[in-house]
Write a protein that binds this ligand. Structure first.
Ligand code: ADP
Length: 272
């Protein structure tokens, strides 16, 4: 097998967070990102699994029905189902874009291949995903509502799903594409003087986590940058992968990241 890269495409990038269940109208869209990813993939240097966030699709229903609290309320089961189906709707749009662009994606729903225990993905099956990679497909997973042994149901964020896959199928790189040039000493949206952090390793992971948070403007039930960074560091520590948090909204950046030619000003390298 070639080197495997796991790519996360942020839900805030591909959806319009100000409108429930609406995809982003551009300039960066699912289609432009898929084109960039496929151009890099076609160079033949690596295998790829993509995970996309839910943005204004999953998060609105998840928050409305408090899906994170498990089966705690009379309408929790219906809320779990609605949230699952809403996340799937965005995945359908994502896959349809792949078909339009003649890119051999293949969807795998986390609800159907994994099981959580108190919010953590503990069990699951990835052989079919690894098999799809070997056959030349680009598997696509996403944040989903999955069955949970303790809570009934829980939200498996895209990062958790990729972390689970990483443990089963060891990647060389795990790349999180979001809308900032990596991680800063403070939220750059609120503190324009925040400094870019080039590398996060065991020496500065503690302070980096203290300085990351969630933008107040965001609808996000999966935790924002702090949770993302903590998860990526954990994934890298357990699997030996290199981690990257980069600005996927810059034209050409996704392709450059995958080819290893990106300008380091626009990403943070995570080495656990
Ligand atoms: P996505 O939906 O792309 O996965 P989120 O919106 O959940 O991403 O998280 C990315 C956001 O985290 C950024 O847009 C930024 O507002 C916020 N953030 C908070 N603290 C930081 C930080 N120290 N460095 C970078 N981004 C930060």
């Amino acid at each position: 097998m070639r080197d495997l890269y796991l790519l996360k495409i942020g839900g805030s990038v591909i959806t319009d967070l100000s409108k429930p269940n609406t995809v982003a109208s551009g300039p960066v869209t699912i289609g432009t990102l898929l084109e960039e990813a496929y151009e890099a993939y076609s160079s033949g240097g690596f295998d790829l699994i993509i995970g996309h966030g839910s943005g204004s699709f999953g998060h609105v229903a998840a928050a409305q029905y408090k899906v994170n609290e498990g089966l705690a309320y009379p309408n929790s089961k219906l809320g779990a189902l609605i949230t699952h189906m809403t996340a799937k709707q965005l995945n359908d749009i994502f896959i349809s874009e792949g078909i339009r662009l003649e890119i051999p994606l293949y969807p795998f729903s986390p609800a159907n291949f994994s099981l959580a225990d108190n919010g953590e993905l503990g069990a699951g099956f990835c052989d079919h995903i690894a098999g799809a990679v070997e056959k030349g497909f680009i598997p696509v997973v996403y944040g989903d509502v999955i069955m949970d042994k303790s809570k009934g149901v829980s939200i498996a964020s895209t990062e958790k799903v990729l972390d689970f896959i990483a443990k089963e199928i060891k990647p060389k790189k795990v790349l999180y594409g979001s809308d900032t040039d990596g991680v800063f000493t403070a939220n750059p949206k609120e503190h324009p003087d925040a400094k870019h952090i080039d590398v996060i390793d065991s020496a500065n992971i503690g302070s980096a986590l203290e300085n990351t948070g969630v933008s107040n403007a965001r609808v996000d039930v999966t935790g924002g940058m702090k949770t993302k960074l903590a998860r990526l560091y954990e994934t890298c520590k357990r699997t030996g992968a290199e981690g990257y948090i980069f600005n996927i909204t810059r034209p050409g950046m996704l392709k450059a990241m995958l080819l290893g030619t990106a300008n380091p000003e626009f990403y943070t390298l995570v080495k656990a």
